[in-house]
Write a protein that binds this ligand. Structure first.
Ligand code: ATP
Ligand code: MG
Length: 748
């Protein structure tokens, strides 16, 4: 791998398209290209071009203020350029660059409007892609691949921390470190995600818990409803079928009494016939018997009593039914209604008279308790009807007894021959009394039946309300067993109904929301698990990279240190020097990839679940850093006893830097190195020594050297002359030194 071509266009003084070709490696060494030319002609601009193309971001190192300063700014004869473009063509036939191209073409371009970009073999890429590719091939863009003019002793003036970056390049761990950096970014992102997802989880959790409670209430409701259904079945089944039984008992009784009444009435009719026959036999005496119409009056009174008694029965029945109905239609007031009433009472202000409130409370109490039959106040009309019917009955009874008395009186005065008729008449009267008694009994049974019927109606209505379709089931089938204590069952039923009221209804939306929230919770939990796994595996990658970095930098650093001492002794003809690694003290080091402040704050925040483990992860992420934080350089020229680097002379500084650079190049050679007048401060003897070192190092590295020194020029494989005319534009001429050398030999 070697740099085969450099193309500049619109870059600084290279307004026109200018191409520098670099020779391929020779048998025993890589090409040394020397760039020469007068001051200000644009030599350093070629070095800048390479630095820029390799991705340099520091405008200071590019000797400008803003990015656009690299674009040709125009001159007397030529207008300014619209863009700057530098292309490096790298021969990759040996595959040193991990990319499938025999020739790698890197282009950086910048327009005046600020638009910019990188191309890799004509394809747009990101800077990091190029950086990683170059780092893997051992090209360090910032540090020693391009050593700018006056920058050779930069490594001496920079801080130990800055030097660390330089040495990361030098020890070839830069690519590993870039990978580590990317992994750290990934890790940080994952840790941030973890905190975020955990926070979301923390937010969702209480809502989920409340929803879960509500859904559980629904389950409880189902259970209560089930229990209630069971009890209702039992209660109404027993009640209904008990009433059925009552009805059949009453019907039997009614049939019995009807039969007895029928028989008694038949006997009465027979008696009447007998009486009629005997009276006929007695002949004219009949008239006598009936004289005064006493018997007829008695019979009429008897009939009248029957009539008013019927009326009284009907009134009694109505009254009884009214009571039964009032009781069976009573239902307990629903809880919600009670609460509403109580609220109305509570809301009543001072102006509401105490008596009004009292009345309201009383009304509520009445509505809350089941009425006792004796408390039921039936319609006054019904009571009046019964009263007047009873009065009529009493009147009819009085009339009957007076006609009876008349009859008895008449009989005692009649002849003995009539006594048989009178006896028969008395017997008939007794029978009539019996019929009355039976009718009374029948009436009582009839009232009982009507009562039962009314209760059945009430139960049926209640069943319709409470059971709906299940009512038919109960009516259709007699239950296997009947409950003994209906009041107890009714009490349980009411309790369960109140319980249902307390539980209240549940919204379908709530169930939907619960399901959605639960799903989201599960999703986030899975995410947390995934992120944790990702964090774990990324940490493992980082650990592996850390191991590789430590191993490699340890090894290479040792070699560089040795080589540094060797080159130092060559250049100084003695003396001593040393590289020392500064290790961070635990706890006080600055994090290499520090987490944001916000991130640290996030870590401190309370996260409900797994709080500790998230914090632990964040802490671990935060604490990941390089332990070597800086490099110190010690250099003591022969015969001196110096400690501080800044006590070295300008030339000594340059020599120390060149020794270090050489050590690095010998240990971990960059494929190509650009040196811009690094030998400027050297005396003639040291210039020679430097040229010799270059001669040795070019076995390992391709050199592009800008210099005014003949000793270096003499060793060049190719010489470029840079000139500048009045137009402020750099021009390039190449001189093949082999030809020149031949010519020189010929002249000699
Ligand atoms: P020296 O031998 O003194 O180091 P040099 O040959 O290295 O000289 P450079 O530093 O390459 O010279 O060139 C510097 C010149 O380039 C300056 O005269 C500067 O004005 C000119 N220059 C720098 N940037 C631009 C630009 N964007 N447009 C035009 N000219 C520029
Ligand atoms: Mg220069």
């Amino acid at each position: 791998m070697y740099l085969s071509r450099l193309e500049l266009q619109g870059f600084k003084t290279f307004a026109k398209k200018t191409v520098l070709e670099f020779p391929p490696p020779k048998k025993d060494h890589n090409a040394l290209t020397v760039v020469v030319g007068p001051n200000g002609s644009g030599k350093s601009n070629t070095a800048d071009a390479i630095r820029w193309c390799l991705g340099e971001q520091s405008m200071k190192l590019l000797r400008g203020k803003s990015g656009q300063d690299v674009i040709f700014s125009g001159s007397k004869g030529k207008a300014r350029s619209g863009f700057a473009e530098v292309t490096m063509v790298i021969d990759n036939q040996d595959g040193a660059m991990q990319i499938d191209f025999a020739e790698v073409v890197i282009t950086r371009r910048l327009y005046r409007d600020g638009e910019s970009g990188y191309l890799l073999n004509g394809k747009k890429v990101r800077l990091t892609d190029i950086q990683l590719l170059l780092a893997e091939a051992g090209v360090g863009q910032r540090s020693y691949s391009v050593v700018g003019q006056g920058m050779i002793d930069h490594v001496l003036t920079s801080s130990p921390e800055e030097r660390k970056i330089f040495f990361d390049d030098a020890t070839g761990v830069r690519s590993l470190q870039m990978k580590r950096h990317q992994s750290m970014l990934k890790l940080r992102k994952a840790a941030e995600n973890l905190v975020e997802v955990q926070m979301l989880l923390g937010e969702i959790e209480p809502r989920l818990r409340s929803l879960k409670r509500q859904v559980r209430r629904l389950e409880k409701r189902d259970q209560v409803e089930f229990e209630l259904k069971d009890i209702q079945q039992n209660y109404f089944g027993t009640l209904w079928w008990n009433l059925q039984d009552e009805m059949s008992v009453v019907s039997d009784k009614l049939a019995d009494v009807d039969e007895t009444i029928g028989k008694t009435k038949a006997r009465l009719a027979d008696g009447d016939k007998d009486l009629e026959r005997i009276e006929k036999e007695l002949g004219g005496s009949q008239e006598e018997v009936n004289k005064g119409g006493f018997h007829q009056a008695y019979k009429d009174a008897q009939k009248a009593l029957s009539k008013v008694r019927e009326k009284e029965f009907a009134a009694q029945r109505e009254l009884e039914l009214a009571k039964v109905r009032a009781q069976s239609t009573w239902a307990p007031l629903p809880l919600t209604d009670i609460i509403k009433e109580l609220e109305t009472i509570l809301a009543s202000d001072d102006k509401t008279a105490l008596s009004t409130i009292f009345a309201m409370v009383k009304k509520l109490r009445n509505r809350l308790s089941r009425p006792r039959p004796e408390d039921v106040k039936p319609d006054q009309k019904l009571v009046n009807a019964l009263e007047s019917a009873s009065k009529e009955v009493q009147k009819a009874k009085d009339l009957l007894s007076s006609t009876e008395k008349d009859l008895d009186k008449q009989q005692s005065q009649s002849s003995k021959s009539k006594s048989k008729v009178f006896a028969m008449q008395r017997a008939q009267r007794a029978l009539q009394q019996e019929v009355h008694g039976l009718e009374n009994k029948r009436n009582a049974i009839e009232i009982g039946r009507a009562r039962t019927e009314t209760r059945m109606e009430g139960v049926e209505r209640e069943m319709q309300e409470e059971l709906k379709d299940r009512k038919a089931e109960i009516i259709a089938q007699e239950p296997k067993s009947r409950h003994r204590n209906l009041d107890e069952l009714r009490g349980q039923m009411l309790k369960l109904k109140h319980q249902l009221e307390l539980i209240g209804g549940i919204d379908e939306e709530t169930i939907k929301e619960y399901e959605e929230t639960d799903q989201r919770f599960t999703f986030l939990s899975t995410q947390v698990k995934d992120i944790r796994e990702a964090i774990g595996s990324t940490e493992k990658v980082i650990d592996e990279l850390d191991g590789q970095i430590a191993k490699r930098s340890e090894k290479v650093f040792g070699t560089i240190n040795k080589e540094f001492q060797k080159y130092f002794k060559v250049l100084f003809n003695g003396g001593s020097c040393k590289l020392v690694r500064v290790k961070a003290k635990q706890g006080e080091e600055k994090s290499h990839v520090a987490l944001d402040r916000a991130m640290e704050e996030l870590a401190e925040e309370k996260i409900e679940e797994d709080n500790e483990s998230v914090e632990a992860i964040l802490k671990r992420v935060k604490n990941r850093k390089d332990h070597v934080t800086g490099i110190e350089i010690e250099a003591t020229p022969p015969g001196k006893n110096l400690k501080a680097l800044n006590l070295l002379s300008g030339g000594e500084r340059a020599l120390t830097s060149i020794a270090l650079l050489s050590a690095i190049m010998a240990t971990n050679p960059s494929p190509f190195v650009v040196l811009d007048e690094v030998d400027a401060a050297l005396d003639e003897a040291n210039t020679m020594r430097f040229a010799n070192i270059l001669d040795e190092l070019r076995k390992l590295t391709q050199f592009i050297v800008i210099t005014h020194n003949r000793a270096t020029m003499e060793r060049a494989d190719l010489l470029y002359g840079v000139t500048m005319g009045d137009d402020g534009i750099s021009n390039l001429i190449s001189v093949n030194l082999e030809d020149l050398a031949d010519g020189a030999t010929a002249r000699r």
